[in-house]
Design a protein around this ligand. Structure first.
Ligand code: HEC
Ligand code: HEC
Length: 196
C-alpha cells in the first residue's frame, strides 16, 4: 500500500535532517554495516585502491572485517561532484581539538587513510583538502566519524535520507589536464559506483 511506504520514508528523512543539524551521523549499524557495502569490485585487490567512495572505517575498525588494519580517518577525494574520478596527490589537512595537525595525500584512485600508528586525533577535527592552488575547506567540525563517506555518501536526500552532502570533491568539474584521472594508475581511477 502506498501510505505504508510513504510514512517510514518521511521519518527517515526527518531523522536525516535532525542528524544533519547536529553535524553527526547515524551509527554504521543503522545503514547495515560492512555487509551492506557489498562485494569487492573484480580486478581490484583488497588494498589501497579498493572501494573508493565507501565509508572505509566501517570495516577498518575493531570488530570490522579489517579489524587488524584499523584507520582513524579515511576516505576518497574525487574531482567533480557528479563523476567519481579520483584525484591523485591531493592533500588532506587535518587539525584536532588539541591543535595537533596531520596531513596526508591521496593515491591515484583518490583514496587516503590515516592509521592510529601515524596519528591519534582527539575529535572533533577540522579538515580541508588541497591540490595545486585549489583549497576546499569543510566549515563544520567532524564530531567523531572517521569515514568521510559516512556523511559524504554518493547519493543525497531524498534517495539516501542519511546523506547530508554528496561525495567529497576538489574541483567544480573535471581535474584540469586529467579528466579521467591519473593515466599511470594501476587501478581504474574512476570508481565502480560511478555513473560515468
Ligand atoms: C566492506 C569492508 C571494507 C571497506 C568499506 C574498505 N575496506 Fe579496505 N580492506 C578490507 C579488508 C577485509 C581488507 C583486508 C584486510 C587484511 O589484509 O587483513 C582491506 C585491506 C585494505 C588495505 C590493505 C591493508 C593495509 O593495512 O594496508 C588498505 C590500504 C585498505 N583496505 C584501504 C581502504 C580504503 C582507503 C577504504 C575506503 C576508501 C577501504 N579500504 C574500505 C575491507 C574494507
Ligand atoms: C559528520 C558528517 C561529515 C563527515 C564525517 C565529513 N563531512 Fe565533510 N562535510 C559535511 C557537511 C555537512 C558539509 C557541508 C557544510 C560544511 O562545509 O561544514 C561538508 C563539507 C565538506 C567540504 C566542503 C565542500 C564544499 O562545498 O566546499 C569538504 C572539502 C569536506 N566536507 C571534506 C571532508 C573530508 C575530507 C572528510 C573526511 C576526512 C569529511 N568531509 C567528513 C559533513 C561531513
Amino acid at each position: 500500500m502506498r501510505a505504508t511506504r510513504i510514512i517510514p520514508r518521511f521519518f527517515g528523512l526527518a531523522l536525516g535532517l535532525a542528524l544533519a543539524s547536529i553535524m553527526s551521523c547515524a551509527d554504521p549499524e543503522i545503514s547495515g554495516g560492512a555487509a551492506a557495502l557489498g562485494k569487492e569490485t573484480s580486478g581490484i585487490a583488497k588494498g589501497e585502491f579498493h572501494r573508493a567512495g565507501q565509508p572505509c572505517v566501517v570495516c577498518h575498525q575493531d570488530q570490522g572485517p579489517a579489524a587488524d588494519k584499523p584507520f582513524v580517518v579515511a576516505g576518497s577525494i574525487f574531482a567533480s561532484p557528479v563523476r567519481m574520478v579520483g584525484v591523485n596527490n591531493a592533500e588532506i589537512r587535518m587539525t584536532d581539538s588539541e591543535g595537533t595537525k596531520f596531513t596526508t595525500k591521496t593515491n591515484c584512485v583518490g583514496n587516503f587513510m590515516v592509521r592510529p600508528t601515524q596519528w591519534r586525533p582527539h575529535f572533533p577535527i577540522l579538515v580541508s583538502i588541497a591540490k595545486d592552488n585549489i583549497v576546499r575547506q569543510m566549515q563544520g567540525p567532524i564530531g567523531r566519524d572517521g569515514s568521510c563517506a559516512h556523511c559524504h555518501a554518493n547519493a543525497v536526500p531524498p534517495d539516501d535520507p542519511f546523506s547530508q552532502t554528496g561525495h567529497v570533491y576538489l574541483y567544480g568539474g573535471d581535474e584540469p589536464g586529467s579528466p579521467n584521472g591519473s593515466v599511470d594508475c594501476q587501478a581504474n581511477p574512476i570508481a565502480a559506483a560511478s555513473p560515468n
